[in-house]
Design a protein around this ligand. Structure first.
Ligand code: FES
Length: 497
């Protein structure tokens, strides 16, 4: 088994969130070197670690499945070839270890002969000392050979390394696990790591990366040609390969919105259905070879019919780049919304352009995430929360303000997150007035509600604040937090019509 584990693997092994281990490291309760932890130190922190999955890890799996749907969270065994390759790798490690044990046994035998030879030349005075040494060696060898305690973590780690493989990305130092039939690219996206890519189908070459160590396996055909010299240097396509063993790769990761290219995609309507009388859920699917690359929280421009267009926030996670969701609000007199509600139907083509916007998650922040959604501001907030869940954020707070009760139009999603995750907190607030028009008395009422939240939650001003919704409400909320002394860098806002 590996003696030193990454935090991702250690968290999986124990069945806790990665952030829990990070907290222990910060408090000095768990020793870590360069982001890695030793199994012995893990056992000190978790002496009761069990072989079986803990209830906690199962619960987190459930929430992710419920939150993202089966389309995103499929857990499956790797295919037979990858499984065979992983077992072969483990067999090699086992054979090496068995060979070493044999050599040590032989060495022990020779050492014993040497001691006996030396003993015959000792004088009577030194004999008791030698006898003591021999007794000690016999005892220690017997102890070492005794089939005693079997570390459950060692067994679990071996099983995990058959089902999953760990990938470390340099120079960013991200790491993630590859499970099931996932390619390296798919596994990274599920873990919320925005690796560079384009088509996801082996055509564009944008996901080209270099394998620095470990073994990968090509599992999908690709048309893009990698030259022999690049192959010799370890270059592969992340969308066409999976990991057989733990691997280290050198690959570009998008760090900001500037790293995401502008795209134009003809998608089609997969499904569309009413959420309530005034809200509609639009599910667009892109062609297999042209997926939408974006960062959680960003928007795109949609074009329908006779070029009716609107800029809309994406209401889904970048981890599923073919299936893109939107929450459409009926606005009478708005040509785009009228067309969508009255004429758009399944399989119609919708042009997507973008992405745009800087309302994205500060992933490296260690502060809790506070999300304030006003009416349809829930759409980009949902995308951010799904992304935060895939990053296993430490604490997530969602406050959803509705002009009226029906403006909190998908409460079941927020309830599901709250019911299944200990670190997710959700509250609904009914404003009682149109949040698109907030001034004078209404602004005062909104500020009072924000103040009530601040009084009841003393951590609020320690967090990163994300606010989305109609511009008027967003401005009032942003000003409230600025007045409370929060720097602008800790407040992200998005105006949603
Ligand atoms: S993403 Fe285009 S070849 Fe991999």
């Amino acid at each position: 088994m590996s003696e030193i584990l990454s935090l991702t693997r250690a968290a999986r092994l124990i069945g806790v969130a990665r952030t829990e281990l990070q907290r222990k490291i910060q408090r000095g309760e768990l020793v870590s070197h360069d982001g890695m932890v030793a199994v012995e130190n893990l056992l000190v922190c978790y002496p009761d670690a069990q072989l079986e999955d803990t209830a906690e890890s199962r619960r987190v799996a459930q929430i992710k499945e419920r939150a993202f749907g089966k389309r995103v969270f499929e857990r499956a065994m790797p295919d037979a070839e990858v499984l065979a390759a992983r077992i072969t790798e483990l067999s090699k490690t086992l054979a090496t270890s068995q060979g070493q044990v044999k050599q040590f046994n032989a060495l022990l035998g020779r050492l014993w002969d040497k001691i006996t030879e030396a003993e015959s030349q000792l004088n009577a005075e030194s004999l008791p000392m030698m006898e003591n040494l021999k007794t000690w060696i016999r005892k220690e060898v017997d102890l070492a050979m005794e089939p005693g305690f079997v570390n459950p973590m060692a067994i679990k780690d071996t099983v995990l390394s058959i089902i999953t493989a760990q990938v470390t990305v340099l120079p960013s130092k991200h790491d993630f696990l590859v499970e099931g039939h996932d390619s390296l690219l798919e596994a990274a996206m599920r873990s919320g790591i925005p690796l560079n890519y384009g088509c996801s189908g082996g055509n564009c070459g944008l996901c080209k990366a270099r394998v620095l160590s470990g073994e990968v396996k090509k599992t999908r055909h690709h048309d893009f040609v990698i030259s022999e010299s690049e192959k010799n240097q370890g270059y592969i396509l992340l969308c066409s390969n999976t990991a057989v063993s733990d691997v280290v790769i050198e690959a570009a990761v998008a760090g900001s919105v500037q790293d995401i290219p502008f795209q134009q995609i003809s998608a089609h309507v997969k499904t569309m259905g009413p959420i309530n009388e005034d809200m509609l859920l639009l599910h667009l699917q892109t062609p297999r070879t042209q997926r939408l690359r974006f960062l959680a929280g960003q928007s795109v421009t949609l074009r329908v019919g006779q070029s009716f267009s609107a800029e809309l926030p994406i209401a889904s996670c970048p981890c599923d780049d073919r299936n893109v969701l939107f929450h459409i609000n009926r606005q009478s007199g708005n040509l785009f919304s009228d067309f969508v509600f009255d004429h758009l139907k399944q399989n119609d083509v919708v042009e997507i352009e973008g992405p745009q916007g800087e309302f994205i998650l500060h992933e490296k922040s260690t502060r809790p995430f506070y999300f304030f959604a006003f009416d349809t501001g829930f759409a980009p907030i949902k995308s951010l929360i799904e992304h935060a869940l895939s990053l296993e954020a430490e604490a997530i707070y969602l406050h959803w303000f509705g002009s009226g009760p029906t403006n909190i139009y998908l409460p079941n999603i927020a309830h599901a997150w709250r019911d299944a995750l200990d670190n997710f907190h959700y509250e609904e607030h009914i404003a009682g007035f149109d949040l698109r028009s907030v001034n004078g008395k209404r602004a005062k009422t909104l500020i009072e509600k924000l103040n009530d939240i601040n009084i009841s939650d003393t951590n609020l001003l320690q967090g990163d604040i994300y606010i989305a919704g109609p511009e008027a409400a967003v401005c009032v909320a942003e000003q409230y937090f600025l007045d409370k002394g929060l720097p602008k860098t800790r407040i992200s806002v998005a105006s949603v019509k």
